[in-house]
Design a protein around this ligand. Structure first.
Ligand code: COA
Length: 348
């Protein structure tokens, strides 16, 4: 099997930037608490007319520009997201329309929460090597990680809402005979550690629209009590300590897995790009493995946890800082709701 390589990266984040202290107008918190527990200093959140779909399309456009390719060369579009704007169509199809990517190619979304980008790379690697997806003239895949976590944040619940932010980043990927690629993904079904419920609009018995209350006529609607429970659970809920324990465990085990698959030790790898959830998770594993801080690229300070967007946002920032020079080798590790996790080895 051939490997894959990332030949272009682009990102788009919302204009509104809230510093930790800005959150004090909504909740009883402090910059000191957030910074010392998580390493986060700011996050970007969609406001006004900004939408996740537009951010994702902008990130895609910039990634194509960075790769020096035209929309006509894209043969596969995958969006990794758990906060898509539409139940249908997929965000991938919406981006395809906005970014002017001609039809006749597969485009779909995947939801593996914060591990979505690693899952997406694994899919692209398998699909493109299978030979049935891309025609020679459309040999590039577009993989977008995009999230608007602010849709499910309850700003009266301080322990969860301070952690997350919005953003999108995209990668142009193609098969390579020279660059090696290894990947491992996994999940362990768990609905309680990190979740947000959803419900169809017409299942809610009492709708309030433009100040008027109307009763949904859908005979399949849920009971009022179940509807209010679902509405309450529509906000992101998390068992922080359970997720913390899970994250340090899988981060360490995926580094081991990537060392075994690539034959390169963590000491010798150039960078480890982890899902940007919490600097304490990364520091814990880094100290356990006695690895230097410089090996772990971090941009969590500026964006908070952007779920499926976090690893591509980190790669896009590394590219902007000139860190992705030819020959650079990286381990990426994602982990999140599901519970899902995964690691991959990339060569630039
Ligand atoms: N500002 C100020 N105080 C806060 C706060 C906030 N934003 N959020 C919680 N607190 C308070 C709590 O009310 C509690 O106060 P009490 O002791 O008076 O009851 C205290 O801080 C400690 O709360 P606790 O929830 O026990 O904190 P913690 O040390 O476990 O840290 C997390 C909480 C969320 C930072 C930590 O559990 C964590 O990082 N978990 C992993 C989360 C994660 O990365 N999830 C995404 C994975 S994809």
């Amino acid at each position: 099997m051939n490997g894959i390589e990332i030949i272009g990266l682009g990102k788009a984040v919302p204009k509104t930037r809230l510093k930790n202290d800005d959150l004090r107008q909504y909740m009883d918190t402090s910059d000191e608490w957030i910074r010392s527990r998580t390493g986060i200093e700011a996050r970007h959140l969609c406001t006004g007319e900004e939408s996740l779909t537009d951010l994702a399309a902008e990130a895609a456009r910039r990634a194509m520009e960075n790769a020096g390719i035209a929309p006509e060369e894209i043969g596969l579009v995958i969006c990794a997201t758990c906060t898509t704007d539409y139940m249908v169509p997929s965000m991938a199809c919406a981006v395809q329309e906005i970014a002017g990517i001609p039809g006749g190619i597969p485009a779909f979304d995947i939801n593996a929460a914060c591990s979505g980008f690693v899952y997406g790379l694994q899919l692209i690697h398998s699909l493109m090597n299978a030979g049935s997806i891309c025609r020679p003239e459309r040999s590039c895949a577009l993989l977008i990680g995009g999230e608007q976590l602010s849709k499910m944040l309850d700003f009266s619940e301080r322990s969860v809402s301070v952690l997350f932010g919005d953003g999108a980043a995209a990668a142009i990927v193609r098969v390579s005979a020279e660059k090696r690629f290894f990947c491992h993904t996994a999940a362990e079904g768990d609905r309680g550690a990190l979740y947000a419920h959803t419900v169809g609009r017409n299942q809610i018995p009492m709708l309030e629209f433009e100040g008027k209350k109307t009763v949904s006529e859908n005979p399949l609607r849920v009971s009022e009590s179940l509807a209010s429970e679902i509405m309450r659970d529509g906000y992101l809920k998390m068992d922080g300590q359970k997720v913390f324990r899970f994250a340090v465990h899988v981060l360490a085990s995926e580094i081991d897995e990537m060392e075994a698959q690539s034959g390169i030790s963590a000491e010798d790898i150039d960078y480890i790009v982890c899902h940007q959830a919490n600097c304490r998770i990364i520091d814990y594993v880094r100290k356990q493995r006695k690895l230097p801080a410089e090996k772990f690229f971090m941009n969590l300070r500026e964006y908070g946890n952007t779920s499926g967007a976090s690893i591509p946002l980190a790669l896009a920032d590394m590219k902007d800082r000139g860190m992705l020079k030819p020959g650079i080798r990286i381990f990426c590790v994602g982990f999140g709701a599901g519970l899902t996790w995964g690691g991959c080895y990339l060569e630039f």
